[in-house]
Design a protein around this ligand. Structure first.
Ligand SMILES: [Mg+2]
Length: 260
């Protein structure tokens, strides 16, 4: 093991509550000079607010050390041929898309790209239907998913994430979404490229067996599951075999030393 990718929500904190031992483990990682990145499917805010949140929990990180689906999607949109973009993301995530030709928030036609992020309580029938109308009005319009996470652990219980809304639009339009973020292989490859080590030497640590562990393993990385966040004991009864199972992120230094 040469480098680490850290999922954030459910690994370093649960929503607004820090997970015990996270700052100490990250300090250990820095002292050991282990290359690492924070790789999150969070699409409700941009990297700057995410870095501020980490710092609030005692984890210093620069925006450059955080990779999100919005960053990957915006990079791809800037590099592609271009065309109007309809954004379905929270205001806090919009700065990642600066410089792109954005459609007004009430447009129902004219999009070349329809980008779906985590709108949480802002989802309603009208909003979802507007995304559907944008896709139906132009057969060339591409559906873009900011991650395909099904649900996450909120303070009041589990909550729907991006995937169920993307699935609804895929079902209604008969089109497949282009996925930026976990568990899409190119997203893990982009993270590995930034670390500059071979994929097989990278450990992805997450609380989502499918999106984090299976996704990482599918891209040639190792996948470790933490028993925090959305982890449920039933997760262990599935066919996915994590390369490591940690009680929490606090157990990482000890596991790492034994694994070397
Ligand atoms: Mg997570």
């Amino acid at each position: 093991m040469q480098a680490i990718l850290f999922d954030m929500d459910g690994v370093l904190y649960n929503s607004e509550t820090p997970i015990e031992g996270a700052p100490e483990t990250l300090e250990w990682v820095r002292r050991q000079h282990i290359p690492h990145l924070f790789v999150t499917n969070t699409s409700s805010r941009g990297r700057a607010p995410l870095a501020e949140k980490l710092l609030r929990f005692g984890i210093p990180a620069t925006a450059d050390a955080i990779l999100t689906p919005a960053v990957a999607a915006a990079d791809w949109l800037r590099a592609s041929a271009g065309g109007p973009v309809a954004l379905f993301v929270k205001p806090a995530a919009r700065p990642e898309f600066d410089g792109l030709p954005l459609l007004p928030d009430d447009a129902e036609t004219g999009a070349r790209y329809v980008v779906i992020g985590d709108l949480q309580d802002a989802w309603d029938f009208r909003t979802l239907n507007r995304a559907f109308r944008l896709l139906q009005s132009d057969r060339q319009a591409a559906l873009i998913a900011l991650g395909m996470t099904r649900y996450w652990q909120a303070p009041d219980g589990l909550r729907l994430d991006v995937a169920p809304f993307v699935a609804a639009l895929e079902h209604a339009t008969g089109r497949k979404a282009l996925v930026f973020g976990k568990p899409a292989e190119p997203f893990f490859r982009a993270a590995v490229d930034r670390l500059g080590v071979p994929a097989a030497g990278v450990l992805m640590i997450g609380d989502d067996l499918e999106v984090d562990v299976m996704g990482a393993q599918g891209a040639g990385l190792k996948g470790a599951l933490v028993k925090t966040g959305k982890f449920r004991p039933a997760d262990r009864e599935t066919a996915v075999a994590p390369d490591a199972v940690l009680e929490s992120i606090a157990s990482l230094p000890e596991w790492w030393r034994q694994a070397q």
